[in-house]
Design a protein around this ligand. Structure first.
Ligand SMILES: Cc1cc2nc3c(=O)[nH]c(=O)nc-3n(C[C@H](O)[C@H](O)[C@H](O)COP(=O)(O)OP(=O)(O)OC[C@H]3O[C@@H](n4cnc5c(N)ncnc54)[C@H](O)[C@@H]3O)c2cc1C
Length: 280
């Protein structure tokens, strides 16, 4: 049986991480199910008591999602429309019990290819804040998740939050998830997007991401360039072509074949763009 530490202050957590290797546990909804039937001999740093890291705060230039902010906290928060995609994803993470305990940061630190939080956070241009006794560093989410269940976090670092910049223009967002049934399901494909509207009604900027179709969810940079400058309307859906999803590298598994995933990704991207283009 390993040790168990539940500090009440971030500084105490960082000092503990600096002293020795500890396994961080937040909501535990990824951590515990992965260890069923195995001895629990890790030395645990339970961060659920770090109240200062709970909730979503706002400055002039960005929002910050604290490390122990749960999916339910996201759903209940009053946020601008460009967070709608993240809120939709939050409603689809497991059931209510999982949404109450599971955290947004736990989802990205677990770095599963099927993590529902990653595509909406990529579309929001999120950065990850990592703190240690030596200071704070900030990485774009694209540089934080570096592979299937691999992140750039160093052993003495705690992810203390996510920083979301405010878009330069009015923006809207969405999220679509395809699973084998309606609820409580691991994604076969999910797609998230943010569209910024220029004063003349064209796309000032588009950010789109697809998950579950590669080791790490991918931004659709080629398609984003094609969308920039186009009039916002339902016809945005037809801008998405097969060539735009060629950068995905889906696998065959019990939930779907690679070919099915590739086709579904294109269908979902088109559907999302049509819906965002038709939004008032
Ligand atoms: C029944 C069920 C259904 C689920 N459904 C979905 C779903 O539909 N979609 C989905 O995406 N996920 C789903 N999950 C997975 C899980 O609930 C989410 O990924 C959740 O957001 C994880 O958050 P957590 O706080 O519980 O993470 P934890 O289990 O506490 O931690 C996950 C990992 O991240 C690390 N970690 C956590 N916080 C930090 C931090 N601040 N700094 C550094 N490292 C950290 C931990 O060391 C661990 O490796 C489901 C899980 C269950 C059990």
């Amino acid at each position: 049986m390993g040790g168990y530490l539940r500090p009440g202050a971030v500084q105490d957590a960082l000092e503990a991480l600096d002293r020795r290797g500890l396994t961080i546990v937040s909501g535990g909804t990824d951590f515990y199910p992965a260890r069923v039937g195995q001895p629990l001999d890790d030395d645990i740093l339970d961060i659920s008591g770090l109240a200062e890291l709970r909730g979503i705060t706002e400055t002039d230039s960005h929002h910050v999602i604290g490390a122990i902010t749960t999916w339910t906290d996201v759903i209940r928060a009053s946020l601008p429309p460009y967070f709608d995609g993240l809120k939709l994803a939050a409603r689809e993470v497991g059931g209510l019990q999982i949404q109450n305990a599971g955290t947004v940061c736990g989802n990205i630190c677990n770095a599963s290819p099927a993590a529902d939080g990653v595509p909406p956070l990529l579309a929001l241009d999120a950065r990850v804040e990592l703190s240690s006794r030596n200071g704070v560093r900030s990485l774009p989410l694209t540089e934080f998740i570096i592979g299937n269940r691999k992140t750039a976090r160093r052993p003495d670092e705690l992810v203390t939050g996510l920083t979301i910049p405010k878009p330069a223009n009015p923006a809207m967002s969405g999220f679509l998830k395809l699973g084998a049934r309606r609820y409580l399901v691991i994604s076969i494909v999910m797609v998230a997007g943010v569209l910024e509207r220029a004063p003349d009604g064209t796309v000032a900027a588009a950010r789109l991401a697809v998950g579950s179709c590669s080791e790490v969810a991918r931004r659709m940079l080629g398609l984003e360039r094609v969308l920039a400058g186009r009039p916002i309307g339902p016809e945005l859906g037809s801008a998405a072509m097969e060539e735009h999803v060629e950068l995905l590298a889906p696998i065959d598994d019990v939930r779907g074949t690679a070919e099915y995933r590739q086709e579904a990704a294109l269908t979902l991207v088109r559907r999302l763009l049509r819906a965002l283009g038709s939004a008032p």
